[in-house]
Design a protein around this ligand. Structure first.
Ligand code: FES
Length: 107
């Protein structure tokens, strides 16, 4: 298990034990975290799983792929340098303690 903390749009911090190998989106949805819509179920076509990753940990993540970068151009909420799609981030031990913030809207 990999502990990930999600900061919901209303400000509540929810610490979740994510199964290794799951995406952060899957962990959020499975634990009822508010604000991740994930319309496409993780197929990287909807961009409704947008999150802001703790900037101090950004370098620990694999770089976003081309499709993720294209989708990030279409997110509803403000796109920031630390914007990522949570369905494209895999929970690994290296990410333990990561904090991601969910933007105020997804659609
Ligand atoms: S869940 Fe659709 S792009 Fe991530």
């Amino acid at each position: 298990m990999v502990q990930i903390t999600f900061v919901e749009p209303a400000g509540a911090e929810v610490a979740v034990d994510a199964t290794e190998g799951w995406s952060l989106m899957q962990a959020a949805v499975a634990n009822g975290v508010d604000g991740i819509v994930a319309e496409c179920g993780g197929s990287c076509v909807c961009a409704t799983c947008h999150v802001y990753v703790d900037e101090t940990r950004l370098a620990a993540l694999p770089a976003p792929g081309e499709i993720e970068l294209e989708l990030l151009e279409e997110v509803k909420a403000e796109r920031r340098p630390n914007s990522r799609l949570s369905c494209q981030i895999t929970a690994t031990p290296e990410l333990a303690g990561l904090v991601v913030t969910i933007p105020p809207c997804q659609t």
